[in-house]
Design a protein around this ligand. Sequence first.
Ligand code: UDX
Length: 440
Amino acid sequence: MNISIVGSGYVGLVTGVCLAHIGHRIICVDNDPEKIKRLKRGEIPIFEPELEGLLKRYFKLKKLSFTVSIKEATQKTDVIFIAVGTPSKKNGDADLTFVENVAREIAVNMNSYKLVVEKSTVPTATGMRVQRTIALNLPKKFQSNKKKTIAFDVASNPEFLREGSAVHDFMNPDRIVIGVESKKAEDLLREIYKPLKAPIVVTNINSAEMIKHASNSFLATKISFINAIAQVCDRVGADVLKVAEGMGFDKRIGRNFLDAGIGYGGSCFPKDVDAFISLSERSGYDFALLKAVRNINEHQKRSFVRLIEDKLWIIKNKTIGILGVAFKPNTDDMRNAPSIDIIQHLQSEGATIKAYDPQAVEKAKPCLPGVQFCKDVFSTVSDCDCLLLLTQWDEFKKVDFKKVKQVMRQTIIFDGRNFFEKEKLEALGFEYFGIGRGKL
Ligand code: UDX
């Protein structure tokens, strides 16, 4: 099928490349001409495993093209996905300006039936607003004469991709959610996803939008729940790793998303939780549970800093070595990374910060002024008064701690992700502090 994707950010690019991979002809659109130029050269603005190779392959095969023109994309394709950003406004609401602009531009350029699919995470009822925006902005010739009117459908098809495994997640989804108001729209979306083997949940647009809110909020709740348990573990001498293991075997609970740490970050959970709290409030419901989820997440960062202050005593003039700054491993994304708040706080207390991340250094530099970025683990930890692990990159598993011990000034490790083996490090003579490990 001929499909266009408006918005070549994270979601749009992965969706476009993967839809080409399963046999469709794709036009990716972005209003940033520089980005489009770079994409045509095969350069992708993000680090995402597998994406670059597939992009180059389908561009060469002419299954994937790039343009700045919504007009061109609208007129050459039958299905248009909207995957533009929905940033947070000051009050937590999602800012839908980009979505409205795109809907309007699609409308004025319509030349035949179109299915317009929202892919961006949007508040419930946005689909209806997109529908109305398109109807109000159709070319005048289609508005004035009823017989000549143009048909179109709007649908919701939320994404559930995790950064770092987005291509894999697209090709192997747990489920595909399709929110539609017509049989034609349902049939088109079923056809698009035919090559993927996954259960398809078909519902109306509002419910599809709600599935996305509910899923992300539930996952954030799971993380905050285990982080709250970790707080109690530290106080009563229990070990959250064992607690999560013991809970996780219960099939109703499951072990995934029970990793205690310095809190969730990224472009989705913090923003989506805020937006859902705000949406619920405006609909007349005080979602107190989600407010607590958000508070617990903020508390995790503060309590980690407090632990460091407690064990280091004076922060001023101490040198702190940091391993990992991205919001999670296998990505260079720094959006809402817990490392930002933690580092800024330690800097404000007068610490010197050295840091290393396998992928995120370039994106981290503007977010973390004053940090000295190093080329590897050893140069980061040498002469440091303590080491903080903030992102659990696989390559940190291979670190030779005997050597680390020789180059550090004080052998103290704060493991913000419970990633290292506590017993092994203690046997080597390190002071080790994890999250919820029951000994503070
Ligand atoms: C998430 C959702 O998983 C995805 O379905 C949605 O489409 C977008 O948001 P992503 O933001 O890429 O994806 O990351 P994810 O792997 O879900 O992790 C989010 C954050 O939670 C990270 O900061 C991670 O470190 C943290 N996390 C995750 C925990 O602290 N503990 C856990 O047990 C799991």
